[in-house]
Design a protein around this ligand. Structure first.
Ligand code: BTN
Length: 204
C-alpha cells in the first residue's frame, strides 16, 4: 500500500473520503500527517490533536467477511496488534478506543463506494487528560509495520478470538446511549462485535 505524507491537512479522513467520492482515487492508499487542524471523531465529535501527534487514514477494499458495523473494531484490533508487536502494552477499550491508563487514541470508519475509509488518531505527546503511546518509534516506522499487516487481512474470527480477553478490561466502562449511560459490567460480547446489555444490542 502506498504511504503518502502531508505536512498538514485539515482532516485525513475527509480528504480521503472526498478523493474516493470524486473518483480521483480508486486504489488503496494510506495518508498521514502530524499536523491535522480540523479532525473528526466518532459520534460527530471533533478530534483535536496537537501538532506532532499521528493522524492517518487509509482506504481498503471492503471484505464481505467482516461484519459491516464492526469495520472500525476490526481495524482497531489490527492496529492494536501492530502496536503490541512493536512492544506497546495497550488494550482496546470496546469498541474503538486505544487505552493505557487513559485513552490515547481512537478509530473511525466510513464506507464509500466499495471501500472502507479508516481513520486513526494516536497521541504521541502527553496533553492534559490524555496519555501518549508507550513507544519511542518514529511514526513512519509504525505505519510501515501496519501497512505490512494490511496486506493480507486476518479473518474476523481470528481477531475476534484475541479480543475476548481484552474485552474484560472494558467491563469497568460505560457507553453513552441517547441520554443514559450503559454499564458494560454484565455485557455479552457477540460474535458480530456488538454487545448486548439488558436485551439491547449496541455496536458502539
Ligand atoms: C474517536 O473519536 O475516538 C476516533 C477519532 C479518530 C480520529 C482520526 S485522526 C485521523 C483521521 N482524520 C480525522 O479527521 N479523524 C481520524
Amino acid at each position: 500500500m502506498e504511504i503518502q505524507y502531508f505536512q498538514n491537512l485539515s482532516s485525513t479522513q475527509l480528504f480521503l473520503l472526498e478523493k474516493i467520492r470524486s473518483g480521483e482515487l480508486s486504489n488503496e492508499v494510506l495518508i498521514w500527517t502530524e499536523h491535522q487542524t480540523a479532525g473528526i471523531g466518532s459520534r460527530g465529535n471533533e478530534w483535536i490533536g496537537e501538532k506532532g501527534n499521528l493522524f492517518f487514514s487509509f482506504s481498503k477494499k471492503i471484505s464481505s467477511e467482516i461484519p459491516k458495523q464492526s469495520l472500525s473494531l476490526y481495524f482497531a484490533l489490527l492496529f492494536k496488534k501492530t502496536l503490541q508487536d512493536l512492544g506497546s502494552k495497550l488494550f482496546l477499550k470496546w469498541p474503538n478506543d486505544f487505552y493505557l491508563q487513559k485513552k490515547f487514541g481512537g478509530v473511525i470508519a466510513n464506507i464509500s463506494k466499495d471501500f472502507v475509509i479508516v481513520g486513526i488518531g494516536i497521541n504521541r505527546k502527553e496533553v492534559e487528560s490524555f496519555e501518549k503511546l508507550d513507544l519511542e518509534i518514529e511514526n513512519l516506522e509504525i505505519l510501515e509495520h501496519f501497512a505490512e499487516n494490511l496486506k493480507e487481512l486476518p479473518n474476523w474470527a481470528e481477531l475476534f478470538e484475541d479480543f475476548k480477553l481484552d474485552f474484560e478490561k472494558s467491563r469497568k466502562f460505560s457507553i453513552n446511549s441517547k441520554n443514559s449511560k450503559i454499564s458494560l459490567e454484565d455485557a455479552i460480547l457477540n460474535f458480530d462485535g456488538s454487545v448486548t446489555v439488558e436485551n439491547c444490542k449496541y455496536f458502539r
